[in-house]
Design a protein around this ligand. Structure first.
Ligand SMILES: Nc1ncnc2c1ncn2[C@@H]1O[C@H](COP(=O)(O)OP(=O)(O)OP(=O)(O)O)[C@@H](O)[C@H]1O
Ligand SMILES: [Mg+2]
Length: 299
């Protein structure tokens, strides 16, 4: 079996508590509601791709606890292949515990759990080599970051795409170079690009292209996206929608854009597809609920 894309990043269960107010040290506060959902940036993108009919696999690590089973179950239900996921006998699966008050203010606590202990030798190289494209997102821990670098070194022919998120953007350009050099598409948001290059999205993208990135797709929130391959550049306006929840918009953008890449769309079309898939998740609660099917795409 071949895969169009294998996604590789942290796997987390998001546990969101609605509270009357966010408690400070030595205070207590009441929990009004609770919602649990499978998450993780690469995982959300994987589900987005699978919904669009893309053959998608995953590399990551969970524990054999209730949360790990929830993460696996959801992938299976969505048609994401789970054979590349390491299931640890001990430890905890990754969780993000969030408290949201009535004004929408949030406090987030991340427990990386077994995500942090994913080692290169645990990865099934044969599985990874079955992908045309490897989509990477961040891990908090150093060990899985090293594993990602070693994996792309071990697979010199595979195309790599990367959504750095804040965690990898913070590492800086020098530390990210081994990944950036290999990037077919690099997916920062404007803030992350600024952090990495100190420049605006046009100048910042130029710097990344010089470092070896083939395509830079910058997510610009309510202004859509900016895409460039160093020869052509497009600032693409977003789809206008009524926004319910912006969780996972960036991950959905990657799914739409990668669908375009896989289907040989033009650079501009890839950007439009990214904006479209992102806009659909904005209209529903949660990172995955609004993700569209292939027949709903505008092109
Ligand atoms: N207000 C909006 N209206 C329409 N589209 C939007 C809006 N906000 C975001 N988008 C779409 O979502 C995409 C990704 O959003 P954003 O730029 O916030 O990415 P991000 O910061 O990586 O998100 P995330 O927090 O999910 O990681 C944008 O490129 C755009 O297509
Ligand atoms: Mg993002």
């Amino acid at each position: 079996m071949r895969f169009d894309v294998i996604c590789f990043g942290a796997l987390n269960v998001d546990k969101l508590y609605k509270v009357d107010r966010i408690a400070s040290a030595d205070e207590e506060s009441e929990i009004l509601d609770f919602k649990e959902s499978p998450g993780g940036s690469a995982a959300n993108t994987a589900v987005g791709l699978a919904r669009l009919g893309v053959k998608t696999g995953f590399i990551g690590k969970v524990a054999s606890d209730r949360e790990g089973k929830l993460l696996m179950r959801d992938f299976i239900d969505e048609g994401v292949n789970t054979d590349g996921i390491v299931v640890s006998e001990d430890g905890r699966s990754g969780t993000v515990i969030g408290f949201v008050d009535e004004n929408g203010e949030r406090a987030l606590y991340v427990d990386p759990g077994v995500n942090n202990s994913l080692k290169f030798h645990e990865i099934d190289l044969d599985y990874a080599s079955k992908a045309d494209l490897l989509h990477l997102t961040s891990f908090v821990g150093e060990m899985p970051f090293q594993a990602q670098k070693k994996l792309i070194e071990a697979l010199p022919e595979i195309s790599v795409t990367l959504d750095p998120g804040m965690i990898y953007a913070r590492k800086g350009l020098a530390e990210l170079k081994p990944l950036i050099r290999r990037c077919l598409v690099f997916f920062p948001n404007e803030h992350e690009l600024k952090m990495l290059t100190g420049k605006d999205y046009e100048r910042g993208s130029e710097i990344l292209i010089k470092e070896g990135v083939r395509i830079v797709a910058v997510k610009l929130g309510a202004r859509g996206c900016y895409v460039t391959d160093g020869e052509e550049s497009h600032l693409i306006e977003p789809f206008k929608v009524k926004i319910v929840d912006s969780t996972g918009a960036g991950d959905a953008f990657c799914a739409g854009f990668l669908y375009g890449i896989i289907n040989n769309k033009t650079l501009r079309e890839c950007g439009v597809l990214g904006n479209f898939v992102a806009s659909r998740t904005l209209t529903e609660m949660g990172a995955r609920n609004g993700l569209p099917r292939k027949d709903e795409l505008p092109l």
